[in-house]
Design a protein. Structure first.
Length: 305
């Protein structure tokens, strides 16, 4: 039987933990609202960029003097770059585990297709969870965001632009032939889903498959004239779309992370409350047993006298 002092110490410890998880839940809820607003603002822009590039290619691909490398990749280079987007911090339930589980399935599928796989981790947790089994495939790890004026890390378009430029340089150096990104789409605080999209080569709406660009239906059905020409326009739009798509992915991941953390901390707070109630019940039962034992001893001593 546990002593009363031990039980009181455990109750105080669980109450302290409950205060921490409750505070973390409120912080995650506040950050979730901001992250959700940002991702909802960028989605229409990303969709419009995809529709524009997809329509441009669908109507004018045969007129191109030379197809950009982002449009073709390297067909004769069987190296697939898999970009795995996770978080830098934990305490968000099974959020990262779900991404890693899907990443392992994708890696197995790519290897079955006799492709050489390289892994680029966006987020420290992805590296930590993958390096034991696939450490030799991880070529680089990048952590999320930069600190703002308040000293808090946040995603910004500059980071996405730098990362997209890095991908283009790697592609030009023939470090991979094609690239896809694995990330989490935010639906609500309770619901996030894993998505796997091709980044290189770019796929139009008529070429989409299980691994595809965002599933958007193009509404651009009119005929257009382009100046100076389609080639110059694509040379500008494709890198820009890549940066915008990566930025959307980062914001989706950020909102999903905060939603998962809020849910995890809410569950932890509820579990702590249940544990406190059980410990309190055990404490009262133990205290009652001690009092009963002492009364029996007093009565037995009195009768003996």
């Amino acid at each position: 039987m546990s002593s009363l002092k031990t039980l009181r110490t455990r109750i105080r410890s669980v109450k302290s933990t409950q205060k921490i998880t409750s505070a973390m839940k409120m912080v995650a809820a506040a950050r979730l609202r901001r992250s959700q607003e940002r991702v909802e603002l960028v989605r229409p822009y990303d969709r419009a960029m995809y529709e524009m590039v997809s329509h441009l290619l669908t109507q004018n691909r045969n007129d191109l003097a030379k197809e950009p490398i982002l449009l073709t990749g390297h067909h004769n280079l069987p190296i697939h770059l898999l970009i795995v987007v996770t978080t830098d911090r934990g305490l968000c339930g099974g959020f990262n585990a779900a991404v890693i589980r899907e990443a392992k399935a994708v890696i197995s599928k790519l290897k079955a297709e006799e492709k050489q796989v390289k892994i680029f981790c966006l987020g420290r947790k992805g590296r930590d969870l993958l390096r034991q089994e696939f450490g030799d495939l991880i070529i680089e790890t990048v952590q999320h965001g930069h600190k703002n004026a308040e000293g808090k890390k946040t995603e910004n378009f500059t980071d996405a632009l730098e990362f997209s430029t890095k991908l283009q340089d790697m592609l030009k150096d023939r470090q991979f032939g094609e690239a896809s990104i694995l990330f989490t789409i935010f639906h609500s605080a309770l619901h996030q889903s894993i998505a796997h999209h091709f980044l290189v080569p770019f796929r139009t709406s008529t070429e989409t498959s299980a691994i595809s660009a965002p599933e958007f239906k193009s509404s651009l059905n009119s005929l257009y004239e382009y100046e100076p020409n389609v080639d110059s326009l694509l040379d500008f739009l494709l890198p820009r779309y890549l940066a915008v798509e990566i930025y959307r992915v980062l914001l989706e991941n950020e909102a999903s992370e905060q939603g998962a953390r809020m849910t995890a901390m809410d569950n932890a707070t509820r579990n702590a409350q249940d544990m406190i109630q059980k410990l309190a019940r055990t404490y009262h039962q133990t205290r009652q047993a001690y009092i009963t034992k002492e009364l029996i001893e007093i009565i037995s001593a009195a009768e003996a006298m």
